[in-house]
Design a binder for this molecule. Structure first.
Ligand SMILES: Nc1ncnc2c1ncn2[C@@H]1O[C@H](COP(=O)(O)OP(=O)(O)OP(=O)(O)O)[C@@H](O)[C@H]1O
Length: 256
């Protein structure tokens, strides 16, 4: 199986209080084509930093990161990254015109994507009138506009209410099933990781390192609340992940 993301022995330090603090140490991670991988771990363990390094937004200072040559990456952040001075449609078309598409072709492609994410009716609206969930749909449509092979998402649904979050998770799975894209996403949420991921990479803090990589060997869809076997297997996985989290906790008063 070809890896889209190949991270070996990767390390990262940031300056902190006049010294260099190691934030990531010896990270090994291979993500296969078409896989959904969740980066899960306690606050501050370096999930976002690892994702930003994969995206090329941050430099690592040791180890290796290999991506396919000229790989196209789409990125979705928690804070809805939309341009408020452009209409919904032009938000999506913008990246395409930057890549050399004509305005007409870019608008056409934008309309198709808005259709996919359920925002066709808002194409001409300003982004200020969109709800949080709609803005996040728009952010996803924008990330998909460049036809990325690799979709990187940093807590994409963290700011949404439970119902909208569920809708967005289903939307992501639908788009993924249609396109077979490779997805790496950061989450705090154990249930979200179990619902979406093929594998869960559990990071432990100080410095951020891979604690374990857990395959989620459950059939999709995974939200059927009437399937007792599925519920039981999800519960077993959840309990395993909670135990891992508890085992990472430092005694109160321990310093970094
Ligand atoms: N640009 C930076 N300069 C200095 N330190 C940074 C920088 N970015 C992140 N850090 C530090 O690196 C560590 C990891 O941060 P990161 O945001 O990657 O963690 P995280 O696991 O995504 O956390 P959270 O779940 O709270 O978002 C933290 O201690 C953070 O303060």
């Amino acid at each position: 199986m070809t890896s889209v993301v190949d991270v070996r022995q990767l390390g990262k330090t940031f300056p902190h209080a006049g010294k260099n603090r190691q934030v990531l140490r010896d990270i090994d991670l291979q993500v296969a084509q078409g896989e959904i991988v969740a980066l899960l771990g306690p606050s501050g363990c370096g999930k976002s930093t690892l994702l930003r390094i994969i995206a090329g937004l941050e430099q690592h200072d040791s180890g290796e990161l290999r991506l396919p040559p000229a790989v196209k990456i789409g990125m979705v952040f928690q804070s809805y990254s939309v341009f408020p001075w452009l209409s919904v449609e032009d938000n999506v078309a913008f990246g395409l015109t930057l890549q050399g598409a004509t305005k007409k072709a870019a608008r056409q492609a934008a309309r198709e994507l808005l259709e996919k994410v359920g925002l066709a009716g808002q194409a001409k609206a300003w982004t200020s009138v969109l709800s949080g969930g709609m803005k996040q749909r728009l952010a996803i449509a924008r990330a998909l506009a460049v036809r990325p092979q690799l979709l990187l998402m940093d807590e994409p649904f963290g700011a949404l209410d439970a119902f909208t979050r569920f809708e967005m998770q289903q939307l992501l799975l639908r788009l993924w099933q249609e396109s077979g894209k490779t997805v790496v996403f950061v989450t705090h949420d154990i249930d979200e990781a179990i619902l979406l991921a093929d594998r869960i990479v559990v990071l432990s803090p100080n410095p951020g390192s891979v604690n374990s990589i857990i395959p989620v060997d459950l059939p999709r869809p995974r939200h059927d609340l009437t399937d007792p076997t599925l519920l039981q297997r999800q519960a077993a996985l959840r309990s395993h992940l909670y135990q891992l989290f508890f085992s990472m906790q430092r005694p109160v008063g321990a310093s970094h």
